[in-house]
Design a protein around this ligand. Structure first.
Ligand code: HPA
Length: 260
């Protein structure tokens, strides 16, 4: 099954792969992807901020990225999101598999279904992150010596600024565990395309107001990031057969004339 890894801040290399860069043209604009194979395993690697980290969270063309993966035949995606920690249970330097989200972004192109020619659909978000991929990640994680929090609620903010302490207190009261700027609308668009998508958050700081000052520990996480990339590759390689609802999440009300 054609697979993709989408990475965020700090992960620009997937160990063991040689990639060829390709620009994919879509009706939403261009996407830059990296194509690689290992034996007969085909992987598309997409660094959402660009390999030199030049695109800020609110300027990422999420629709072009996801549509490009779709055009390439990708069916399963594992993503990473750098986050700040809200929950005391998920401190900086730790990994957490996302299980749910809250969307506080604004002004982003967040759907393929804009009505008219692009069709009208409501997409089910009752299990936003693929449970089959999540289970496999957890099953394989001990092989890579990685400890993973199995559940976390992701709060998506618009950025590029960080949050204020009052915002973080609000998110904590609402039940948010981690906060980041890039998880939405990516997961939503993947679901609109009927893909299997899961994401691993890795925390690089305490969210605003939780400590005296915001300290970022990403520099100390190089080894962990490499192990994480290996875990994601192996999860995608070893996943076969899905008994989840991801492929049936779209409730179509009016068929698109331009296929998303
Ligand atoms: N807030 C939002 N996004 C982030 C943070 C944060 O504290 N840390 C890393 N990405």
């Amino acid at each position: 099954m054609k697979s993709a890894i989408i990475t965020g801040t700090g992960i620009y290399v997937i160990p063991g792969f040689k990639f060829v860069q390709k620009i994919v043209e879509t009706e939403y604009g261009q996407a830059l992807v990296n194509l690689g194979t290992q034996d007969d395993f085909e992987l598309v690697f997409l660094a959402r901020h660009g390999l030199e980290h030049t695109t800020p969270p609110h300027m990422i063309n999420y629709r072009a990225n996801l549509r490009a993966l779709d055009l390439l035949g990708v069916k399963q995606i594992l993503a990473t999101n750098a986050v700040g920690s809200i929950s005391r249970e998920i401190p900086p330097m730790s990994l957490a598999l996302l299980t749910d989200f809250m969307d506080f972004t604004s002004g982003r192109a967040f759907t393929f279904y804009d009505g008219g020619n692009s069709g009208l659909a409501h997409t089910n978000m009752d299990v936003p992150y693929c449970p089959v991929l999540r289970k496999k990640v957890l099953e394989l994680s001990p092989q890579f010596n990685l400890e993973i929090h199995p559940e976390a609620v992701y709060v998506a903010t618009n950025g590029p600024r960080f949050e204020s302490p009052a915002e973080i207190r609000m998110f904590a009261q609402l039940g948010g565990d981690v906060v980041g700027m890039t998880g939405i609308p990516e997961v939503v668009l993947a679901r609109e395309l009927g893909m299997h998508y899961a994401s691993m958050a890795y925390s690089i700081n305490w969210a605003a107001g939780l400590e005296q000052e915001m300290v970022f520990v990403s520099d100390q996480m190089a080894e962990l990031r490499q192990l994480l990339a290996l875990l994601l590759v192996n999860t995608l390689k070893e996943t076969s057969g899905f008994d989840c609802g991801c492929e049936k999440a779209v409730m179509m009300m009016h068929e698109p004339q331009n296929q998303p």
